[in-house]
Design a protein around this ligand. Structure first.
Ligand SMILES: [Cu+2]
Length: 366
C-alpha cells in the first residue's frame, strides 16, 4: 500500500515534470527552438529504452542556460545598502516597497509637513499677536462651538483619507503567496543565517559574515558581505518561511520592504518579489545577543537562467515540484509536441524520483 502510494505520487510528479518541459521551452532562445525540436524528435520512440542516454543531451538542449555558471555578482554602490549620510529609504525594488515608498513620499511626508507648518504658524501668530505687552487687558473668551467642530472634523477627515492607501498597503504586505512562489526556509542562529530551498532539493546551508579583509577582497561592504548568499530569480515571488533556532532574530532586507521575526518554535511567513537584478543587503533586526550586529543578510537577485545555474551548482533541481504548477497553462507552440515530452521525462524524472520518495513517505504513513 505504502509503495503503491509512493508510486502514484512519483508518477504524478513525473507528469508534472512533463509540464516543466513546456515551461522551459519558451525560455529557450528562438534560434535554439528548432534545434530542440530536431534533437528531441527521435526520442519519443526511444523514451523507454534509451532514456538514460538521451537524458544529458535533452537537458543540454532544453536548457541553453546550462552553460551559464554561477559567479557571485558584485553589488552596485548605493543600491541595496546604506549610503553615507543617507536619510531616505533605500531605493525599493519590490512592488510592495514601491507602494510603501510612494505612500511615504507622496502622502505622509506632505501631510506631516503641511500640518507642522500650519501649527507652527498659528503658534507664532498667537505668541506675537496676543503677547502681554500688546494686550494689557487679556481676553476672557472661552469655547467656540464652530471652531471646535472644525478642529475635530478636519483631523478626522485627514485620517480617513490616509487610511485608504494605508490599509491597502497593509493588506498587500500580508497577501498570501501565489502557487508559483519560490519557497525558501530561513533560520536565524546565534549568529548567522541558514537558508534551504526544499522544492529545489537544496538542503540548508549557512551564511556567515565575511571578515573585513575578505569583504575588501570581494569588493563588498564590510559587515554586510557574507560567504553564502540567498539567491533568488528576478521577477518571481519568493515565499520565506522564517524561524529561529535559539532566540528571536529578525530577517530584514530594506530594499524589498521585508522584515519578519524569526521566532523559535514558530514558522512565520512573508513574501517579496524582487524586480531588479542586483545584490541587496540586510541585517538581523532583533537584538539577539553579543554578535547581533554581525549576522548580515545578502540576497542576490539573478536572471532566471543564471539562478538556475546557481541551483545546479548547489546540486539542486531548478524545476522543483512547485514550478510544475504553471506549466500546464503555459502554451509553447514550437516545442510542445516534439521537444517537451522527449526532453523531460528522461531528464527530470530521474532527479525528481529520489526527491519524491522521502516527501511521499510521511504522507503514506498517515
Ligand atoms: Cu539575530
Amino acid at each position: 500500500m505504502k509503495s503503491l502510494k509512493t508510486l502514484v505520487i512519483a508518477a504524478a510528479l513525473s507528469l508534472g515534470a512533463v509540464g516543466v518541459g513546456h515551461a522551459q521551452a519558451p525560455a529557450a532562445a528562438p534560434v535554439e527552438a528548432p534545434v530542440a525540436a530536431t534533437a528531441a524528435n527521435p526520442a519519443p520512440t526511444a523514451v523507454d529504452t534509451a532514456a538514460p542516454t538521451t537524458a544529458p543531451v535533452a537537458t543540454e538542449v532544453a536548457a541553453p542556460a546550462g552553460d551559464a555558471t554561477y559567479v557571485p555578482m558584485k553589488p552596485t554602490p548605493g543600491v541595496g545598502q546604506p549610503i553615507d549620510a543617507g536619510i531616505d529609504f533605500q531605493p525599493q525594488v519590490s512592488p510592495v516597497g514601491e507602494q510603501a515608498y510612494w505612500f511615504n513620499h507622496v502622502i505622509l511626508l506632505p501631510v506631516i509637513t503641511i500640518i507642522t507648518l500650519i501649527v507652527l504658524g498659528l503658534m507664532l501668530w498667537a505668541m506675537f499677536r496676543y503677547r502681554a505687552k500688546a494686550n494689557p487687558v487679556p481676553s476672557k473668551t472661552t469655547h467656540n462651538t464652530f471652531i471646535e467642530i472644525i478642529w475635530t472634523a478636519i483631523p478626522v477627515l485627514i485620517l480617513a483619507v490616509i487610511a485608504v492607501p494605508s490599509i491597502r498597503l497593509l493588506a498587500q504586505q500580508y497577501e498570501p503567496p501565489s502557487k508559483e512562489a519560490l519557497t525558501i526556509k530561513v533560520t536565524g542562529y546565534q549568529w548567522y543565517w541558514g537558508y534551504a530551498y526544499p522544492d529545489q532539493g537544496i538542503g540548508e546551508y549557512v551564511s556567515k559574515m565575511l571578515t573585513e579583509d575578505q569583504a575588501k577582497a570581494s569588493g563588498e561592504p564590510h559587515q554586510l558581505a557574507v560567504d553564502n548568499r540567498m539567491v533568488v530569480p528576478v521577477g518571481r515571488q519568493v515565499k520565506l518561511i522564517i524561524t529561529g533556532a535559539d532566540v528571536i532574530h529578525s530577517f530584514a532586507v530594506p530594499a524589498f520592504w521585508t522584515k519578519m521575526d524569526a521566532v523559535p518554535g514558530r514558522a512565520n511567513e512573508t513574501t517579496f518579489t524582487a524586480n531588479k537584478v542586483g545584490v541587496y543587503y540586510g541585517q538581523c533586526s532583533e537584538l539577539c545577543g553579543v554578535d547581533h550586529g554581525f549576522m548580515p543578510i545578502a540576497v542576490e537577485v539573478l536572471p532566471v537562467d543564471k539562478w538556475e545555474a546557481w541551483v545546479r551548482s548547489k546540486g539542486g533541481n531548478p524545476a522543483g515540484p512547485v514550478a510544475a504548477v504553471p506549466a500546464a497553462a503555459a502554451p509553447s507552440p514550437v516545442a510542445a509536441g516534439a521537444a517537451a515530452p522527449a526532453a523531460t521525462p528522461a531528464a527530470t524524472t530521474t532527479e525528481a524520483a529520489p526527491a519524491a520518495a522521502p516527501a511521499a513517505a510521511p504522507v503514506a504513513t498517515n
